[in-house]
Design a protein around this ligand. Structure first.
Ligand SMILES: [Zn+2]
Length: 387
């Protein structure tokens, strides 16, 4: 009898020890801060809870960076990490914060839109917790996040998520997916409070353009594209044609379906005067039939299984031994963003947005993403924000 009790106790202790040891890494990841060096364009950093007060004190509250230009003009909001396991958008957004010089208009950037998701992971899929980017001064470390907010912040999940205000029935998990909870409400579930805060910025500051940066599987048809509703279609088409002609990469246009609710490219346009665009860059790491989910796969996008599927014409993007490297994905996001702004400025000169200092596709592919991140240890302490 006593031996049985001892066995049970030792087993219990072993389980507790394993949980504790595994938990330490997750705890560290959840509290890991990415240093951001504020570039010459940043004029204000404030919490999203300034616009959505019921986010205050939660880990879903996130930072909003404003870069107000020398001359007044139009306004754009850039959002990334709505899905925090699609890091090309996050890096592109951070490159704007660290490098952009705004000559005309205002740029608002929310680099960790689903902040809770950026501090979560997907252990069942064996995700790495971090990835490092080589820079001119050493390696810069980023958190690899998850698609949805952590249950630690948003619990319990409903059986079905009922979208507000259309009452469309969505999957239970979508209550934690900040690209299903647009346009949101001030007192709704946590992710609705996030999207509502962004809507308040757009409506209150009369933002002209919203760009939501994402990544999508190579086996998913809506990849390597700009998703746009009717009102954004003309600019999306011009941007797509121009990057192909001038910069030599494909980025087709997909129209935003009106019957599928909760997505930024639909609801922002329907509930404000802002023109929304959602950019998808291919991310082989997210495809299901790949090898292990390593940092290498995340960065270079090379996978033998995808290569063989490409030969069988199962992918929606051209794919060869070169993979689909991160530099290419980030460069695409930057060029398409800049081109959308250029096309809008041409059409609406009194609301023009002119930005210098942000590299385009060819420069990022040549120099690497890391070249555009600045050394936080060499920067003035008050110009480094930890996020
Ligand atoms: Zn996404």
């Amino acid at each position: 009898m006593r031996r049985e009790l001892t066995n049970k106790l030792s087993l219990g202790l072993a389980v507790a020890l394993i949980a504790l040891l595994g938990g330490i890494d997750l705890y560290r990841h959840r509290h890991f801060q990415v240093p951001i060096v504020l570039g010459p364009g940043v004029t204000k950093v404030e919490p999203l809870s300034a616009y959505s007060p019921r986010l205050k004190g939660t880990l879903a509250d996130t930072k909003v960076f404003t870069l107000e230009g020398r001359e007044p003009g139009g306004k754009v909001i850039l959002m990334a990490s709505s899905h925090a396991n699609e890091p090309a958008g996050t890096l592109a957004a951070l490159m704007f914060i660290e490098n952009a010089v705004v000559e005309k208009g205002t740029v608002i950037v929310i680099p960790f839109f689903n902040h809770s998701g950026s501090r979560a992971t997907r252990p069942g899929d064996g995700y790495p917790l971090y990835f490092d980017i080589p820079t001119d001064w050493g390696r810069k470390r980023f958190r690899m996040g998850n698609r949805d907010a952590a249950p630690l912040e948003a619990w319990p999940d409903p059986d079905v998520y009922i979208h507000f205000p259309d009452r469309q029935l969505l999957s239970y998990i979508d209550v934690r997916n900040s690209n299903r909870t647009w346009p949101g409400r001030s007192n709704g579930p946590l992710m609705e409070r996030v999207t509502w805060g962004a809507m308040e910025i757009m409506r209150g500051q009369k933002v002209d353009i919203a760009i939501d940066l994402h990544g999508a599987e190579t086996m998913f048809p809506v990849t390597n594209c700009i998703v746009a509703p009717e009102k954004s279609m003309r600019i999306a088409t011009l941007a797509s044609l121009t990057v192909k002609a001038m910069e030599g990469f494909e980025n087709h246009v997909e129209s935003s379906p009106s019957g599928f609710r909760g997505l930024s490219h639909r609801e922002i346009g329907d509930y404000s005067d802002t023109l929304p665009f959602l950019l998808e860059a291919p991310i082989p790491f997210l495809d299901q039939p790949t090898g292990p989910k390593t940092v290498k796969l995340l960065l270079d996008g090379k996978d033998p299984f995808l290569l063989s599927l490409s030969r069988k014409k199962k992918l929606f993007v051209p794919y060869d031994e070169a993979g689909w490297p991160l530099d290419k994905r980030v460069g695409q996001h930057l060029s398409v963003t800049l081109e959308i702004l250029r096309q809008y400025s041409k059409k609406t000169p009194d609301r023009a947005i002119k930005i210098g200092g942000v590299p385009r596709y060819a420069e990022v592919v040549k120099n690497g993403v890391g070249h555009y991140f600045h050394d936080p240890s060499a920067a003035k302490p008050d110009s480094v924000v930890y996020h």
